[in-house]
Design a protein around this ligand. Structure first.
Ligand SMILES: *Cc1c(COP(=O)(O)O)cnc(C)c1O
Length: 365
């Protein structure tokens, strides 16, 4: 059996590290959940316990995300990737068009799905720069009449993030916030709809949170099959069919833990300090390490770097693993190294990684 002592320092990009306290609570309620006499996984999704779980999880998420009044949460399946398709299916009317800002490969996938559903236009792209930069808001082409403008707020694979949001010229703003929601503050009042697969900051995989203005959800996707309509989930409090109850249960535990950490503002401060440790190790290595993106675009959540002498990268990764660091290999499309610093990754792990980086550079530089 695994023990706490054998847990690694986990920098996986998603599924990602979960707080130990959450895992322990989940373990303790696995056989019987409170007075339920069974686990929450075995309870009917029509039972008061599950209805209350969904209501409570929605309340906590809205509150932690500082959503303005009039916003609701939908709990849906299919991951963030399903939202790449469901957003245009629900929000892009026939004869209309949607605008996309392309800042990385997830943004591009979202755009490609929209282009299969209807007309999609590119309002910005940093592909030619190898996704090394994020736009300043003014660089995004204004697209009057767009049904919405879609942005990917944190680019998990490339290691960049938006700082400031584009002016949409009246079009509703839609955000993929999978890898930054609850990791840093986000002004949700600027967005009509955001979505996040749970497996970065919210819990294990299996559920996706859609946070949106109730008014935009209520009449979206009129001609769609019911199971694909946001309105169906809204009307049924996400309990139209059998939902991923256990994933929502885990999210609820993670949200409680997030509250205990002092909420998003406190975590943002901690996350900025975590990221700074690693960016400092890169910047002070005298060119031994190279950051993967322009400094102004650097992500707080996913730190990506190369070793100037590429031949040393495999050695770095092997030695890191020997030293208990897990999940540092960059995405296969990017290479190099990536450390994902989601909320559950401790400052101590980040400090230890920074020291390991310094030591490796000293030995091989
Ligand atoms: C992880 C991630 C996705 C993909 O999520 P799935 O749940 O695997 O579909 C999409 N967008 C962003 C920004 C991500 O970080």
């Amino acid at each position: 059996m695994g023990t706490i002592e054998t847990r690694k320092m986990n920098f996986n990009p998603g599924p990602a590290a979960l707080p130990l306290e959450v895992l322990e609570e989940a373990r303790d309620s696995l056989v019987s959940h409170g007075k339920l006499g069974m686990s929450i996984m075995e309870a009917s999704h029509r039972s008061p316990a599950v209805e209350e779980l969904f209501r409570e999880t929605e309340r906590r998420l809205l509150s932690l995300a500082e959503a303005p009044a009039g916003y609701r949460v939908l709990f849906m399946g299919g991951g963030a990737s399903a939202q790449f398709a469901l957003v245009p299916m629900n929000l892009l009317p026939r004869g209309g068009f949607a605008a996309y800002a392309l800042t990385g490969s997830f943004a591009e996938k979202a755009y490609e799905e929209a282009a299969r559903v209807g007309r999609a236009e590119i309002a910005f792209s940093s592909k030619e720069s190898g996704w090394r930069r994020a736009p300043v808001p003014e660089e995004v082409r204004s697209t009057p009449g767009a049904a919405y403008l879609h942005v990917t707020v944190n680019n998990t694979i490339e290691g960049s993030q938006w700082n400031g949001l584009p002016v949409t010229g009246g079009a509703p703003l839609v955000g993929d916030v999978t890898s930054c929601l609850l990791g840093r503050r986000l002004d949700l009042s600027k967005f009509s709809l955001v979505y996040a697969g749970a497996q970065k900051n919210l819990g294990p995989a299996g559920v996706t949170a859609v946070i949106a203005k109730e008014s935009i959800l209520a009449d979206a996707g009129e001609g769609l099959p019911l199971i694909f309509r946001y309105a169906t989930y809204l009307k049924n409090d996400s309990l139209y069919n059998t939902p991923p109850v256990h994933s929502v249960y885990m999210m609820n535990l993670v949200l409680r833990w997030t509250e205990r950490q002092g909420g998003v503002a406190a975590l943002e401060t901690a996350n900025a300090a975590k990221a700074k440790r690693l960016y400092d190790a890169i910047d002070r290595s005298g060119g031994f390490y190279e950051g993967a993106v322009e400094e102004a675009a650097r992500s707080m959540m996913n730190v990506i770097w190369r070793i100037a002498d590429r031949k040393l990268e495999n050695r770095f990764l092997a030695m890191a693993e020997e030293n208990g660091f897990e999940g540092l290999a960059g995405h296969r499309s990017v290479g190099g190294m990536r450390a994902s610093l989601y909320n559950a990754v401790s400052p101590e792990s980040c400090g230890a990684l920074a020291e390991f980086m310094n030591e490796f550079a000293r030995l091989h530089g």
